[in-house]
Design a protein around this ligand. Sequence first.
Ligand code: PHE
Length: 451
Amino acid sequence: MSLQQGNPSAPGNNDRFSSAGFILAAIGSSVGLGNMWKFPYITGEHGGAAFFLLFIICLIIIGLPVLLAELAIGRAGRGSAATAYVKAGGPKAFAPFGLLQVIAPFIILSFYVIIAGWTLHYAVLSFSGKLFSDSNFSAQFSAFTGGYMPLIWQLIALALTGFVVARGISGGIEKFNKIIIPGLIVLLIVLMIRAVTLPGAEAGISFFLNPDFSKLSAEAALVALGHAFFSLSLGMGILLTYGAYVDKRQSLGSATLAIGAGDLIYAFIAGLIIFPTTASFGIAPDTGPSLVFIALPAAFSAMPLGAFFGGLFFVLLAFAALTSTVSLLEVPVSYVMERFGWGRTKSVVVVTISLLLVGLPSILSFGMVPWLDNIAGKSFFDWLDFITSNILLPIGGLVTTIFAGYYWKGAAEAAGLKSGWFKVWIFTMRYIAPVLMLLVLLHTSGIIKFE
Ligand code: PHE
């Protein structure tokens, strides 16, 4: 094995992304279930296009600067997310916050991969036509999620993810994204054309694209910012980890813009699929699993060639989910390789088995074990989602901004920005992003409320 910096761990060896492969992999991580089932709903709730504008603003002025910071820190540290801040030259006090950004994606993956499994199951169910043999989609969904089948599909999704990650960065993660992302783009375009040409689609399009500025509020702004973070996969150690595999000649500024554009375009097209489809069939654009697994199947069942388009839709979701699970798995795997000096395959096997165990209560919280369904008002699954997305993610973002803004002497060189842009970036890191991240944290954790 060729070594760098005398560190036998993989993040330090020479398995690197190519420039295009890195951008695709980062887009793959950002493009996921979040933009499909959360974005349309929160957009609808907060004024359609007005909220979309807000989301774009948050993405550009806070999301992209933090994304750049994570990549730059990751590349400067060339370690796992746990050691990135310290290896990049930061004080030891940052070490526990690095570790937190290994634990967070591990927890997210434990439940995210369950849903990835559901999408695979629904793709098969839809193509085979079985999904449409019973029009009570809600009952079908509960029967499925409350049974043992999700375990099998979760195993398949996890095995696929593990297989890709075990093959390494250029031969695994990069290659996988290079195959999947073009497929994802084709599916997005086909489904968008299908959706916007449905009878009555205009109502959905105008709902999505006609701004209602009266619905904008401080609350909407924080929701938009929180979502910009989730959708770019920030605060979760992912870009710290991916950054370690990026070549030093790669311009991080242009990569950041490309990743932001990819995420934005995906969110936009997701809106152009969901809103026209739900409007055309008079279905509420609900949130979460009930949108994609209950409301949309009802729409597909009523459209010509619905089994085919429904199948394509679930394959699209599966692709989007799997490019995210791969990025999530790489974070703990790179940590375990660095910490214990294990090889990649062994690390993947150990982390994957641990994930199965940690994910078990989540999978059982859909009816198999009734008390897991309601622990102080939320299911086990929802608690994990709440803690990671609403608490750990803003903490991760906050730590990165404070580190880059105040504690990082090498920031200028590592970010590689022209001096004017560097000033804008560092100003954002010091004075704007930390304040807003703190507000997001106080809001999502329920400490401050509006109205
Ligand atoms: N960005 C992904 C989505 O939109 C989810 C994700 C969040 C993936 C955090 C990795 C880390 O679904």
